[in-house]
Design a protein around this ligand. Structure first.
Ligand SMILES: Cc1cc2nc3c(=O)[nH]c(=O)nc-3n(C[C@H](O)[C@H](O)[C@H](O)COP(=O)(O)O)c2cc1C
Length: 196
């Protein structure tokens, strides 16, 4: 049995990102859970930003932004950035987050986030009251101490990254559980079982 809630109640688990707009001198942070990788060639992601907020206008003005993956350790600060507007408060000052210069874009990255992605705006499209920004990924930064092997991005330690998860619909934050399998691999057992 399943219960139908209709399209207005969107239940969806999502990692929490902190999107930084503006420049080193004047930067803003907005909490965005609606983030998705779109394609790998060219490396591209999409973010959904409300048309009424401060950040959407900043992205359109500057043509770049950074996506910083929040860890569970900074849950309170991440929530703060999602319930206050850059029109009213300096979110870097209030959270105590540290700005680090990006390599290719003017918007800074957040030191306290384990993973940071620099993006150049390559497109946008409004659906309802949300602007869908398409960003070409120009650089990815990862904390050294969260990599098992330096220079090998595939060896990041999930427990050390400790991503903050937002349960859309339930409006609660969660942490990751333990590893339970290898992707692109565990499914092979089913195939073997089914067709042998
Ligand atoms: C957990 C969480 C997730 C959020 N996800 C989004 C999102 O995906 N898109 C969006 O436009 N706003 C999202 N928000 C709301 C914005 O962060 C919020 O409106 C913010 O105050 C806008 O700030 P700004 O005016 O400085 O841009 C989220 C808020 C929280 C707490």
């Amino acid at each position: 049995m399943k219960t139908q809630f209709g399209p207005q109640r969107i239940l969806f688990p999502m990692p929490v990102s902190l999107v930084v707009t503006g420049t080193m001198e004047q930067a803003n942070i907005v909490t965005i859970a609606w983030v998705s990788l779109l394609t790998s060639k060219p490396p591209t992601l999409g973010i959904s930003v409300g048309t009424r907020g401060f950040s959407g206008k900043e992205i359109l003005k500057n043509g770049h932004f950074t996506v910083n993956i929040a860890s569970a350790d900074i849950m309170v600060e991440a929530d703060f950035c999602g319930i206050n507007s850059g029109r009213d408060v300096d979110k870097f000052k209030e959270t105590g987050f540290t700005k680090l210069p990006s390599k290719h874009v003017e918007s800074p990255i957040i030191k306290e986030c384990p993973l940071n992605i620099e993006c150049k705006l390559t497109g946008s499209s409004i659906v309802g009251q949300t602007n869908h920004f398409i960003g070409e990924i120009l650089e990815v930064h990862m904390d050294n101490d969260k990599l098992r092997e330096p220079d090998n991005p595939g060896t990041y330690i999930a427990e050390a990254m400790n991503p903050l998860i937002y349960m859309g619909g339930a409006r609660e934050y969660r942490k990751l559980g333990n590893k339970i399998g290898d992707a692109y691999s565990v499914g092979k057992n089913l195939k073997d079982k089914k067709f042998s």
